[in-house]
Design a protein around this ligand. Structure first.
Ligand code: FPP
Length: 242
């Protein structure tokens, strides 16, 4: 069994997930899509819990995209309820597990109660260091870059930032993820090979794994298989093999 570290090289420090396939999982069973999302939430619990044991320090999950508002009102409000319940029911467990929770994305469009819970769990777990869970909620990579650029432009206008001093290390300081390392591995479930506006800047050198399994069936054992494959890959970051 993998411990997230293979003989060839260390396992990924930061794994990001595009948790796709909840709807199809439910439809295959003739059940409402929300049931698939609920099963997906149970899988989130299992995967997050496994991370420290597998050597994964940072885990980021794509829970709701800036495009997901286009779904039916019933599905959107069902998802929002699920996020609230997840925070309420998991807060103490995550605290005890040593997991620090953060959110990325534009919070302004989220309802007040959910925002309050997000603030609560971030504050509650702020001193945890064993594992870092980041939940992308109302998140879109292009939207994040646009919001970051707005803040950067404001600093230029206020004379706090010299345009000539801007390098490729400047923009990441304005991104929602500014305190996180870049993901080493991005996993998308359900057989779709797209990145869907997720961590566009941050994934420049990430490895991608597209797995056929639907998210609610993505067990810890399947996660370990992916980590084993990652361990045998050779990352060169544009250079040549050492
Ligand atoms: C994509 O599957 C999934 C989502 C848009 C929602 C992700 C949410 C969860 C896994 C629920 C729990 C999350 C937390 C943080 C508690 P899809 O609905 O697009 O699936 P489909 O492509 O089969 O329709």
């Amino acid at each position: 069994m993998s411990k997230g570290v293979s003989a060839s090289r260390p396992g990924p420090r930061h794994v990001a997930f595009i948790m796709d396939g909840n709807g199809r999982w439910a439809e295959q069973r003739g059940r409402p899509r929300l049931l698939g999302h609920r099963a997906g939430a149970r899988r989130v619990r299992e995967i997050v819990e496994s991370c420290p044991e597998l050597g994964v320090e940072y885990v980021t999950i794509f829970a709701f995209s800036t495009e997901n508002w286009k779904r039916t009102q019933a599905e959107v409000s069902g998802l929002m309820t699920l996020f609230r319940r997840y925070i309420e029911s998991e807060a103490q467990t995550l605290l005890k597990q040593g997991t620090r929770v953060r959110f990325i994305g534009d919070r302004l469009r989220l309802d007040k109660k959910l925002r309050g819970l997000m603030d609560m769990i971030e504050a509650l777990t702020a001193h945890n260091v064993r594992c870092h869970l980041t939940i992308a909620l109302n998140y879109g990579g292009r939207d994040e870059v646009a919001r970051a650029t707005k803040r950067l432009a404001r600093d230029v206008a206020d004379g706090k930032l010299d345009p000539d001093a801007i390098t490729d290390e400047t923009l990441p300081r304005y991104l929602d993820t500014h305190v996180l390392p870049d993901p080493d591995l991005v996993i998308r479930t359900s057989g779709e090979a797209r990145i869907s506006n997720f961590l566009l800047w941050q994934s420049a050198y990430a490895e991608y794994e597209f797995v056929d399994t639907l998210w609610p069936d993505f067990t810890r054992a399947k996660f370990e298989e992916v980590l084993d494959r990652y361990g045998s890959r050779d990352r060169r970051f544009g250079g040549v093999k050492a």
